[in-house]
Write a protein that binds this ligand. Structure first.
Ligand code: MG
Length: 233
């Protein structure tokens, strides 16, 4: 799960590709015609909530597991009051700065990606804040997942559509957040969309994303689906 800022009146066009994302995409060396797997990181490759709970615990805060959102669910231990929105954003920036490199890898993810990399090229598309991008790259490498990372902002459809135009090949997308599936469905509808939430407690809070093709429960399940999808001719 990642922090989703409240949409403000001056929100950028959700179908536009932000310039810093376009710059990163331009550096990828993708092979035209080779299947593409696009994977999210938080709650897909790394246990975001486990790390966040540790971080909150050290600050007399806790997550109350009432819904699939950070806003409203991070509370003060002393009075159970939710942390105000203007405090939440800097708190989460601090969390990403301190904890991104220490998050635990999700069980089975590295093994599944290694097997899938024999038939597909892999890109990690994460809404990690730009200042934590290098830490995420180091964590991916340390845990056997040294695939190119794109630090995205906002909805993921524009970046996925750009990737698809570069490869012109079958593509699969894995993410925990339903509105990312909706954005990809709108902007890159040919992408096969797999909904996966690594943390079982979070997974229990949410049904399948309305715009996904399949909700997966484990990385071996994802691997089997992705392999059959990307090797169909
Ligand atoms: Mg995520």
């Amino acid at each position: 799960m990642t922090f989703q800022p409240q949409m403000s009146h001056k929100s950028p066009d959700p179908t536009a590709l932000p310039a810093p994302v376009a710059e990163q995409l331009a550096t990828l060396a993708l092979t035209r015609g080779r299947p593409l797997l696009i994977v999210d990181a938080d709650e897909v490759l790394f246990y975001f909530m486990r790390g966040l709970e540790r971080f909150l615990d050290g600050r007399d805060l806790y997550f109350d597991w009432a819904s699939y959102a950070l806003h409203g669910n991070i509370r003060q231990r002393r009075d159970n009051a939710p942390v105000a929105a203007e405090i939440l954003h800097p708190l989460l920036q601090r969390f990403f700065a301190e904890a991104t490199e220490e998050l635990e890898p999700v069980d089975g993810a590295a093994e599944a990606l290694a097997a899938l990399s024999e038939t597909a090229q892999i890109v990690v598309l994460s809404n990690v804040p730009m200042p934590a991008r290098e830490a995420r790259i180091r964590a991916l490498a340390r845990h056997g997942m040294a695939y190119p990372l794109i630090a995205n902002t906002g909805p993921k459809g524009p970046a996925v559509a750009t990737l698809l135009r570069q490869v012109m090949a079958p593509a699969a997308f894995v993410d925990d957040i339903p509105h990312n599936h909706t954005s990809v469905a709108e902007m890159a509808p040919a992408t096969h969309r797999l909904h996966y939430i690594a943390d079982q407690r979070l997974a229990a809070l949410l049904g399948p994303a309305p715009d996904c093709h399949h909700r997966a429960e484990t990385w071996p399940d994802l691997q089997a689906h992705i392999h059959s999808l990307l090797t169909q001719t």
